[in-house]
Design a protein around this ligand. Structure first.
Ligand SMILES: Nc1nc2c(ncn2[C@@H]2O[C@H](COP(=O)(O)OP(=O)(O)OP(=O)(O)O)[C@@H](O)[C@H]2O)c(=O)[nH]1
Ligand SMILES: [Mg+2]
Length: 555
């Protein structure tokens, strides 16, 4: 019978789990209390039906209790308030665990076939001067399966009844009835007007379908109808489930006030892009990319430049070494605190913070409070870790700065050309000295096509070396650009991972939490989402659809 309720309770429990720590603690606690109460109540079985008599003082609750019990169990008094402690009359066996749970000490066992399973409670007055009475009534009204609101001709319109109990319990139409007592005090002609007026007030409270019974506890008039109503509910054993269903509906609606009826906008690609760009700036990525470019040119010049000018190059440090970055880091194995890439500046921090907040705000668009704040908190929760995480991302990136193979060839060639220059120079120097000593006839100078070979070696060596250096430089420029692009892509991937881990993941998990809450509340409320989610007060029509909420269990 209660499979639908079980499903709804499971859904509500899931919703409570998601809502915990996110939504208003009081509302979450209230929903959790419903889940706990329902578990306890269902655990005690639905064979017994708990019916509470509640109402203002002196309306005749105790007399009615006695009349239904057929015994002088309760004290009926003229001094108000009379009843100060709840007491129970039970029809049939097995009510004790339920009464223990209800914390009702005074118990009377009765025999009556028709009301077998009824557990009737006489309560103190709810508008008592005694706070203890009020608390006791509120406690039991919270737990009872069916509440009979007892009033009399003077008190049926009391604001405390309507404002404090009936209107807030709009959803509980199936778990309540109104008993107009002391009808013997009115002339017969006025009784119908009274009933009509009471029904009108109830309709105003949002309870148009609630049963209204006119009785007199003194004369016994109308008590048969009341007994019939009780017998019906007791034999149907549906009151406990109906009551809990109404409770679950209220809890789901209350939590639903913090839910949108659709999905959030989600993380926007443009915002993700801006965040990654800001993180790249903060992590010094442009600087590293420039260093990759410069390092390749630098190393290329050292390897392939004109040997006689290399010493100038050697005076300058290697741009990548200067940042203490490795050419080839094993990807995903960063070493924190190893690089000399500068820490983010204040301005860069601020830019990351702005991009983060914008991303969170836009992602949570379409959601009511507190979700935008939750998304923002999630997005900024890792703010302190940004600098470290970026350093790890940059330091751990495999920059893939490789030395091209042709450098060795070019380097060898340059060495050969340099040798030719030196040989030519020494040769010419020796020739010069021999000429000075006028013994240059001793060593004939070989020629190639009329050009003396030593001159050819010197000049040709210089010319070829410079041309080779120039061509190599052009090629190295191309290589540097290609390598810096590769490095930029690898760095971007790492920074994207960091953005995902620090900001985007946490934001998306909040949006998912909202989705989960929305879905579980929709199944907990057993209503189509959108009818009531996100609206502070559910529309009346929904109440009508749900009243009585146990219809679904009639099957
Ligand atoms: N005429 C008339 N008097 C009634 C009727 N029901 C109760 N009374 C009287 O109303 C007075 C109060 O009745 P109780 O049963 O003690 O009222 P109660 O609602 O239990 O009051 P508390 O215990 O103070 O909350 C008593 O004098 C009853 O005799 C009724 O149907 N007709
Ligand atoms: Mg009483």
């Amino acid at each position: 019978m209660s499979r639908g309720l079980d499903r709804r309770l499971t859904a509500l429990a899931e919703a409570v789990q998601v809502a915990d720590g996110r939504l208003e603690p009081d509302a979450v606690e209230a929903a959790r209390a419903i889940v706990d109460k329902a578990g306890a109540r269902l655990g005690l079985g639905v064979e017994n039906t708990v019916v509470a008599l509640a109402g203002p003082t002196g309306v005749g609750k105790s007399l009615l209790f006695n009349a239904l019990s057929g015994a002088e169990l309760a004290t009926v008094g003229r001094r108000r308030p009379t009843t100060s402690e709840g007491q129970a009359a039970t029809w049939g066996d097995g009510a004790d665990p339920l009464l223990d749970w209800l914390e009702i000490g005074r118990r009377h066992r009765l025999e009556d076939g028709a009301l077998e399973g009824l557990l009737l409670l006489d309560l103190p007055d709810f508008d008592s001067v005694e706070t203890g009475h009020r608390l006791e009534v509120d406690r039991v009204v919270e737990l009872a399966d069916l509440v009979l609101w007892v009033v009399e001709p003077q008190k049926y319109a009391d604001a405390s009844l309507h404002d404090r109990y009936l209107r807030p319990l709009q959803t509980h139409g199936a778990a309540m009835a109104v008993v107009l007592n002391q009808s013997d005090l009115l002339p017969r002609s006025e009784i119908d007007d009274w009933r009509r007026d009471a029904a009108r007030l109830l309709a105003d409270d949002g309870l148009p379908a609630m049963p209204v019974l006119v009785v007199s506890a003194r004369t016994g008039e109308g008590l048969d109808s009341l007994r019939r109503l009780l017998a019906d509910r007791v034999t149907a054993r549906d009151a406990a489930v109906a009551r809990l269903e109404a409770d679950v509906t209220v809890a789901a609606r209350t939590l639903g006030e913090w839910c949108a009826d659709g999905k959030a906008a989600g993380v926007q690609p443009a915002d993700r892009e801006r965040l990654v760009a800001a993180l790249e700036e903060a992590g010094g990525v442009p600087r590293v990319v420039r260093a990759v470019d410069a390092a390749h040119r630098h190393r290329g010049a050292l390897a392939t430049g004109w040997p006689f000018l290399r010493w100038v190059r050697r005076l300058r440090p290697d741009p990548l070494r200067r940042l203490r970055l490795r050419d080839r880091a094993p990807e995903g194995k960063p070493e924190p605190g190893q690089t000399s890439v500068p820490q983010p500046t204040e301005v860069q921090h601020a830019q990351v913070a702005t991009a983060t907040r914008n991303l969170a705000d836009r992602a949570a668009e379409g959601l009511p409070a507190p979700w935008p704040a939750l998304a923002r908190d999630a997005a900024t929760a890792n703010e302190d870790r940004v600098a470290d995480r970026l350093e790890r991302a940059v330091g751990g990136t495999d920059l893939r700065v490789t030395r091209p193979r042709w450098w060795r060839l070019a380097s060898g060639l340059q060495r050969l050309l340099a040798l030719a220059v030196v040989v030519g120079m020494v040769w010419l120097f020796v020739l010069g000295i021999l000429g000075y000593l006028h013994i240059d006839e001793v060593l004939p100078t070989p020629e190639l096509r009329g050009i003396p070979i030593p001159s050819l070696l010197l000049l040709g060596g210089i010319l070829a070396g410079v041309v080779l250096a120039f061509l190599a430089r052009l090629t190295n420029g191309v290589g540097a650009r290609r390598r810096s692009r590769t490095a930029a892509r690898a760095l971007r991937r790492q920074v994207e991972d960091a953005a995902e881990e620090l900001v985007i993941g946490p934001v998306e998990s909040e949006l998912e939490a909202h989705e989960r809450l929305r879905a579980s509340l929709a199944s907990a409320a057993a209503e189509a989402p959108g009818r009531w989610l996100g609206s502070r007060r559910p529309p009346k029509t929904v109440d009508k659809l749900l009243d009585p909420p146990n219809q679904e269990h009639a099957e």
